[in-house]
Design a protein around this ligand. Structure first.
Ligand SMILES: Cc1cc2nc3c(=O)[nH]c(=O)nc-3n(C[C@H](O)[C@H](O)[C@H](O)COP(=O)(O)OP(=O)(O)OC[C@H]3O[C@@H](n4cnc5c(N)ncnc54)[C@H](O)[C@@H]3O)c2cc1C
Length: 256
């Protein structure tokens, strides 16, 4: 059963000007309860003047493997600041190492059990967070898997986990492919800027990969981006059961 426990913050890493990664220590007695699958998330809550503020954050670190029952020793999540947002402002500006936060045991079905095959993701903004866990878990455990990540953000400076994603390319140059589209910045190639809307994806995807060979699509980010990507994939003939979705926020546009 899902339960909250007080977990101690052991690291607060600034990722960009408007995002941080929080790492929580998991005491030995709670490790079994906090075992997670790649792509799952944690609810975190606090009380302000008696009112509960509860938000969900995806785990960015790879999932513990079956061969290491004593893990996870830590949990790491990425939080992007939402202007005026109650919890993200607190996470960005107030949380320090040593604080204790109420963290629920992992949940969520936006997951991937490593298996051979070709996989791909389309993510916007902080939607990279669970997909970083999914890609790292998959490629480190399954030698016969490949992953193509298409990510969109506003600018390079605002892109979360830039180094971690670059490391994936260094680690698995033949099995990991990355395409970054920046909506508010011209890239040097002049090709990958602008919005990752349906029209753009519809021409990008068939040029990048054999769409019909992808066994699992992972779409994550704001509602507009996820819905647009799903429509594009369905239009390209991708079966519904191959598409996995995680919506972070219901917006009214396609921006990240
Ligand atoms: C399954 C799931 C997983 C998630 N994982 C992550 C994650 O890994 N990293 C992460 O940073 N966030 C993630 N989120 C979003 C997160 O839960 C919060 O919604 C977000 O941090 C905003 O909370 P807040 O309290 O700061 O803002 P609030 O006080 O809830 O909202 C303030 C204002 O901002 C708007 N708003 C809320 N969320 C967003 C948003 N994402 N973008 C733009 N405007 C918004 C609201 O409509 C409101 O007007 C996830 C959400 C879900 C449902």
């Amino acid at each position: 059963m899902a339960r909250f426990h007080q977990l101690r913050v052991t690291a607060v890493d600034q990722l960009t000007d408007d995002s941080v990664a929080l790492t929580f220590d998991v005491p030995a007695a709670l490790r079994e309860e906090y075992r997670y699958e790649a792509g799952q998330h944690l609810a975190v809550r606090r009380f302000v003047d008696g009112t509960e503020i509860r938000r969900t954050y995806s785990i960015c670190a790879p999932a513990p493997g079956p061969e290491v029952p004593e893990e996870p020793r830590t949990l790491r999540v990425g939080v992007r600041l939402v202007e005026g947002g109650a919890f993200s402002t607190y996470a960005m500006k107030e949380v320090v190492v040593g604080d204790e936060l109420e963290v629920m045991t992992p949940a969520g079905r936006f997951t991937l059990e490593p298996a051979p095959g070709r996989y791909a993701a389309v993510v916007g903004g902080s939607g990279i967070t669970p997909v970083l866990s999914i890609v790292t878990t998959l490629l480190s455990r399954e030698p016969d898997a490949t992953f193509c990540l298409i990510r969109s953000d506003r600018t390079a400076a605002s892109t979360m986990f830039l180094e971690e994603v670059a490391d994936l390319k260094d680690r698995w140059p033949d099995r990991f492919q990355l395409v970054t589209v920046l909506s508010r910045e011209e890239q040097q190639s002049g090709l990958d800027s602008g919005r990752l809307d349906e029209e753009r994806l519809g021409s990008l995807l068939p040029a990048l990969l054999r769409v019909e060979e992808i066994v699992g699509w992972f779409l994550c980010g704001p509602f507009g981006l996820v819905q647009g990507a799903e429509r594009t994939l369905r239009g390209l003939g991708v079966a519904r059961q191959r598409i996995h979705e995680e919506i972070f926020h219901v917006d009214d546009g396609l921006a990240t």
